[in-house]
Design a protein around this ligand. Sequence first.
Ligand code: HEC
Ligand code: HEC
Ligand code: HEC
Ligand code: HEC
Ligand code: HEC
Ligand code: HEC
Ligand code: HEC
Length: 393
Amino acid sequence: MATLDSGRSHRLSRWMLTLAFGVFVLCCVAGALCGSSSVHAMQDEHVTMPRSRYETGATGKNAYVGDGKCITCHRGMSSGLSTQMGRAALDPRDPDAPNYSTMSYHDGSYTITIAKGDHDGLEMRASDGSASLAAPIRWIFGQGYDGQTFILEKDGKLYESRASYYLALSNLDLTIGHSSSPPKSLMAALGRPLPEAEVKKCFSCHTSEDVFDGRIDVKQAHPGVTCENCHGAGSDHVSLMASGGGSNTLKDADIFAGILAPVDMNDFCGRCHRTTHDVLSSGIRDIRNVRFQPYRLENSRCYDPSDPRITCVACHDPHRKLETASATYDERCLSCHVRLGEKPSRDKTAAACPRATKDCTSCHMPKLDLPGAHFAFTDHYIRIVKPNEPYPN
Ligand code: HEC
Ligand code: HEC
Ligand code: HEC
Ligand code: HEC
Ligand code: HEC
Ligand code: HEC
Ligand code: HEC
């Protein structure tokens, strides 16, 4: 990091400028969006558009090279393709999709099912006993470690399915954010129409390689968060590296390297995971914000905007699967906190735990049920949890 040459710092500052501009745009958009109550609970509080996909040099049709190309040189990164994030959306023909054929959701007088449709794909069907209506599933959103929602197409328009799949139920249930009062038509039982602006937002967070000259083209979308979603379109980088231009010298590699100040890193991940700004401007100040990690983390006394030991990437490698054993996080806590009896040092000044010496996250980052999501999210507000406390906010 200390050896940033001028080319790279130039790129970096350009990125920062874009970031600053993004925050500005975000402020404007926030005001406009938050009044709308019909919007899906997952993104009505979201106000940013992912930015880095808009800002590398090449943005035309051939700007993207695809994950497959990246890992021909960066072999060690191939695990990035199979993270939940890398698979944040699936093609309906994906062999890893659960077997939905045994599932159903009963919604007032309607029954919702999923079955094989034309062209090997899947379709969702609503029936009321006498009539039925089906729509093809174009995309499955969510990798399925907690749930999946289906994007349907009908008469050229996209819909968000009213029924979602939940791993904990191994079945379909109401999509979070949808009204629980019974739908009034077969079409309403299938889903709600997604306005163009919302389509853009959903796809910005769950799919990649579909932004051309600053516009999203959903038809070109690649499912999941790919390398180029975070690093920007890679064709310039690949030509440079293939021609020997970079050959391990780390000159201006013509790609966003992900090197950011700690506070900006949380915002970088927050462009999809929601920043503090997103949450505050949306006014969502209850358990629904438990899944917005940047906001939760920044409430903690541990958080210091200038300390790299408390950024998202201190605990999560975006190129690897999520670690689920509490013990794997201990080292991160103990990079700042001393153990009981240990003397504070220059780098380690934070207090010791009087109660335990390991599995820190199991007590201080509790898993909380989000109603309707059938999933307990990890609260990133690191704290002393008091029994029966109301949700701290
Ligand atoms: C032809 C081989 C090749 C391909 C293909 C390739 N890279 Fe690289 N990349 C390199 C080399 C060589 C470097 C220099 C540093 C190194 O050895 O890691 C590099 C560096 C990087 C860096 C760090 C840049 C920096 O300034 O520190 C990132 C990030 C990166 N590549 C991402 C990607 C992504 C994303 C793709 C796919 C779009 C990709 N690369 C495709 C060869 C390649
Ligand atoms: C382009 C949007 C986007 C960006 C940027 C993004 N994420 Fe994600 N991330 C997602 C989505 C969507 C999921 C949920 C996947 C699912 O449930 O199917 C996810 C899931 C995760 C998960 C849980 C599962 C897993 O894949 O390990 C972690 C951890 C995570 N992200 C960390 C990060 C970090 C760290 C950063 C910043 C370096 C980041 N994310 C940036 C969209 C994004
Ligand atoms: C601002 C970015 C963003 C937008 C917009 C967005 N999502 Fe997500 N979505 C995420 C992230 C990040 C996660 C992972 C949440 C987590 O695990 O903390 C996620 C998780 C999910 C999941 C997994 C199940 C769950 O509840 O965790 C589904 C399904 C999903 N999103 C569907 C959608 C649909 C459908 C839309 C549009 C109607 C949408 N999302 C819009 C970022 C976004
Ligand atoms: C969710 C966002 C995200 C995705 C997706 C992602 N990266 Fe990264 N990448 C980052 C960030 C952030 C950094 C900087 C990490 C740090 O500072 O700890 C980084 C660093 C890198 C580096 C340089 C540092 C190193 O460890 O060598 C390379 C090379 C790289 N990524 C390649 C890839 C490739 C190839 C893919 C696709 C398989 C990919 N990345 C997917 C966010 C992402
Ligand atoms: C101090 C360590 C730490 C930091 C910093 C951290 N996380 Fe986590 N994160 C965890 C732990 C622990 C889990 C739970 C892992 C498990 O048990 O599955 C987790 C889980 C997640 C999940 C999976 C969904 C869930 O709720 O369990 C996502 C998404 C996530 N983190 C995103 C982020 C983002 C984005 C940031 C940056 C704002 C971040 N994390 C910062 C420790 C951390
Ligand atoms: C960047 C350094 C840093 C990291 C990493 C860090 N902390 Fe802290 N933490 C602090 C500081 C500073 C305080 C403020 C009080 C102090 O000096 O102990 C604090 C306070 C706390 C408190 C007391 C909170 C309260 O409400 O009084 C707990 C509990 C805690 N940390 C647990 C953890 C756990 C568990 C982890 C790992 C998941 C962790 N911390 C990671 C620096 C850090
Ligand atoms: C079994 C649950 C549990 C585990 C595991 C645990 N703690 Fe604690 N911790 C507590 C409780 C309860 C308190 C409040 C103690 C009190 O007030 O007497 C606490 C207090 C703290 C404090 C505040 C101390 C102060 O003087 O303000 C810090 C910091 C802390 N823990 C860090 C950690 C770290 C780091 C780890 C992992 C090495 C850890 N804890 C593991 C339950 C736990």
